[in-house]
Design a protein around this ligand. Structure first.
Ligand code: G6Q
Length: 537
């Protein structure tokens, strides 16, 4: 690796800080066109960023000097780039739609197994959707409860909401993730045992929250239907852990497998997507995968300067490491994408929230940004004030769909007008002179002035469809991957999640034991004692 590669970021900063976005637009009438890209059904306008050609060239050099091309190939061809877990990273194989594709892990082509699981999922979802999969008492399935957390929950929830227009409305979906008993209890109140299918979604099948909820759901079902044998008709598993699944009481025939080379937060296109397939059907699910695949191919083959994930990644690096932006905001102007920011949060922050580089040294650059966001226009009436006039620089992605699935009067025009207007206001602001011309009294001018020069990307698609959603997810996955490569960190492990899990076990035994160990710090001991007193232990 070129150790001087960060000099390219300095070059980019020199070019970037010379002119404001307003000045950049004034000097080039073709700017909008030049700083726009198309890929896999998405149009990206990144002209409202603090970059000119020079800055972009320098940023592209940063990507090249990070050996990005070679790293992309390593991922797509199954090299073990998840070094700390000694695993390949092959979520791209899950949506590889080329019937002749071969992708080897440890010398074995994984594609036949990928296709076999997709067929298994398709056949099962046909049975359920057609009412041919009967519950223990002979009734068809109406309620589907996905029990999973983190990567086994956020993607399925997000995509189920996003593709509601394609869903079979007869089926009612629920997602239970939290170990807070309220989550399961409220769900069980809304379903009928003899018509409910529980999907236990867990890569490891050992996660405390998921297994606690799954066991409680199993007890509930057996009690309601009065026979242990009912489990076979009402529980299926999505997992890599065949033994644990069998020990739980789910037959291998009702297990949909995936593999250790699928990371939890990248697992939506694996068996973890079963709840989505049940909702939208196998054909729409195939479209969803095809969208991912199109973006995968774009990422793998397009030149960096025309490569949508790479361009977005480079802009992100410019703001986090050049301008010190600490957060990144995702603002979908589509109610169906309401959970997309939450999904992105895990994808980005769990992947690139690292402080050790690949050589085991402390990182010298800012790694993953704090990712947040809410659907527009709601956010406009709460936190946008800070984005417009606050002291933080917050780069934003605005995401919109030109056609709505729900035409009501001019609501969609209004929604999109707000999206476009926000990016305009953020980029161009409003000068003190503009205020004066509008007759703003002098004492109010400082308050009504907008600095502008606030960077945004705008992503537009024709309509939110299965394929556009797949492509959108892949776009961000590859953006995060690119940033990880440039930052020289491992994006596919998550050791930071472990410590809390281990400590929780010790605390749990102190909450329930006859006598607490008192081995924690004074604050934690005090909290444990207070809790025990409140619940009468
Ligand atoms: C994702 C993380 C994490 C994981 C959950 C659930 O990349 O590893 O969010 O998905 O902890 O894990 P299981 O699927 O094993 O239950």
């Amino acid at each position: 690796m070129n150790t001087d590669k960060w000099a390219y970021l300095d070059d980019a900063m020199v070019a970037s800080s010379k002119k404001t976005i307003k000045e950049l637009f004034a000097e080039d009438p073709e700017r909008a066109k030049k700083f726009s890209l198309n890929a896999a059904g998405w149009f990206l306008d990144y002209s409202k960023n603090r970059v000119d050609r020079k800055a972009m060239k320098a940023l592209v050099k940063l990507a090249e000097a990070s050996n990005l091309k070679a790293e992309i190939e390593k991922m797509f061809t199954g090299k073990k780039i998840n070094v700390t877990e000694d695993r390949a990273v092959l979520h791209t194989a899950l949506r590889n739609c080329d019937p002749k594709a071969r992708v080897n892990v440890d010398g074995k082509n994984v594609m036949p197994a990928v296709r076999a699981v997709l067929r298994q999922m398709g056949d099962f979802s046909d049975l359920v959707r057609q009412g041919k999969w009967k519950g223990f008492t002979g009734k068809r399935i109406k309620y589907i409860v996905n029990i999973g957390i983190g990567g086994s929950d956020l993607g399925p929830v997000m995509a189920n909401i996003a593709l509601t227009p394609y869903a079979k409305r007869y089926l009612k979906f629920f997602f239970v993730s939290n170990v807070d008993s309220t989550h399961l209890a409220e769900t069980l109140k809304a379903v009928k045992a003899d018509q409910t299918l529980f999907i236990v979604a867990s890569k490891t099948f050992t996660t405390q929250e998921t297994m606690s909820n799954a066991n409680a759901a199993k007890d509930w079902l057996v009690k309601k239907l009065g026979d242990k044998k009912a489990v076979a008709k009402h529980f299926v598993a999505l997992s890599t852990a065949a033994k644990e699944v069998t020990d739980f009481g789910i037959s291998p025939a009702n297990m949909f497998p995936f593999w250790d080379w699928v990371g939890g937060r990248y697992s939506l296109p694996s068996a973890i997507g079963l709840s989505l397939m049940l909702a939208i059907g196998r054909n729409n699910y195939a479209r969803f995968l095809r969208g991912y695949w199109k973006m995968d191919q774009h990422f793998r083959t397009a030149k960096f300067e025309r490569n949508m994930p790479v361009v977005m990644a480079l802009l992100g690096i410019l703001y986090s490491n050049g301008y010190g932006a600490e957060t990144y905001c995702c603002l979908p102007y589509d109610q169906y994408l309401s959970r997309f920011p939450a999904y992105l949060q895990q994808m980005d922050m769990e992947s690139n929230g690292k402080s050790t580089d690949k050589d085991g040294n402390p990182v010298e650059h800012v790694t993953g940004p704090i990712e947040w966001g809410e659907p527009g226009t709601n956010g406009q009436h709460s936190f946008y004030q800070l984005i417009h006039q606050g002291t933080h620089l917050i780069p934003c992605d605005f995401i919109g769909c030109c056609k709505t699935h729900n035409e009501i009067g001019d609501l969609h025009d209004k929604l999109m007008a707000n999206l476009f207007a926000q990016t305009e206001a953020l980029a161009f602001g409003k000068t003190a002179d503009d205020c004066r011309k509008e007759g703003v009294p002098e004492n109010l001018v400082p308050f009504k002035t907008f600095e502008g020069n606030r960077p945004t990307n705008t992503l537009l698609c024709d309509q939110l469809k299965p394929e556009t959603l797949g492509a959108l997810i892949a776009l961000y996955e590859h953006k995060v991957f690119t940033q990880g490569v440039i930052l020289n960190i491992y994006s596919f492990d998550q050791w930071g999640v472990q410590l809390g899990k281990v400590l929780a076990k010790g605390v749990l035994s102190d909450l329930t034991a006859k006598k607490p160990s008192g081995k924690h710090d004074a604050s934690t001991n005090q909290l444990i004692a207070r809790y025990r007193k409140a619940v009468g232990r």
